[in-house]
Design a protein around this ligand. Sequence first.
Ligand SMILES: Nc1ncnc2c1ncn2[C@@H]1O[C@H](COP(=O)(O)OP(=O)(O)OP(=O)(O)O)[C@@H](O)[C@H]1O
Length: 252
Amino acid sequence: MAMLEVNNLSIQFGGLRAVDGFHVSIEKGRLYGLIGPNGAGKTTIFNLLTGVYKPTEGVIRLDGEDITGKNTIEINEAGIARTFQNIRLFGAMTVLDNVKVGLHNHYKYSTLAGILRLPSYFRKEKEMNEKAMELLKVFGLDGEAEYLASNLPYGKQRKLEIARAMATEPKLLLLDEPAAGMNPNETAELMKTIHFVRDNFDMTILLIEHDMKLVSGICEELTVLNFGQVLCQGKTAEVLSNPQVITAYLGE
Ligand SMILES: Nc1ncnc2c1ncn2[C@@H]1O[C@H](COP(=O)(O)OP(=O)(O)OP(=O)(O)O)[C@@H](O)[C@H]1O
């Protein structure tokens, strides 16, 4: 069974059909790319998959569960986590606290226990600190745990965003243009991080990216989107040599 199965997904904004009959099937553990020209509908698809928008038509299944029409919190709990085109960290919070925000789905204590500082509150806080530090270690950020997130260099902020998404223990990780604004060294480091996440967490990853070096370097399969519709789908090398794809996207 596919980890993500999408059929006939569509959304209309006024007269514009921004996503039109989108379909994809992504196996567990796959590193999958979604590419296409500006305005093709890629981010709108992420917004549909994460419940920001409700589709006009279509079905979304995650690991066999129909999640169509659920809200963002329900979808995160069902197992989809994402990062954004423009990094959205809590800049005034520490690196550690940013990861702990992601852990809150799994570590719940009552408001009363929090206000009264009951033993159960301290126990959960200690567990969360340990778990968050473990994750930061995995991402090589444990040395900066007490830094303010906004003080990290750009490449590390991206890593932290991925670490925070991973703290929610997702089944599917969505990365929206993770290499945007990165220099070549940062992009190379990011490619290692994405591979590492896939291999170590057995994670299924769907990413939107314009950097073709990253796309051809790490994506095993691709969907090319054009004017909201699937133009081409399949193994990366085959898709990138497809004449229609070269005309619509790569040759621009
Ligand atoms: N909330 C909205 N209301 C109206 N139109 C929208 C809305 N969100 C997106 N669109 C339109 O839908 C189309 C697809 O936009 P989207 O941001 O998904 O493209 P994209 O492929 O992610 O582009 P880029 O590569 O530039 O990020 C665009 O024409 C955009 O203007």
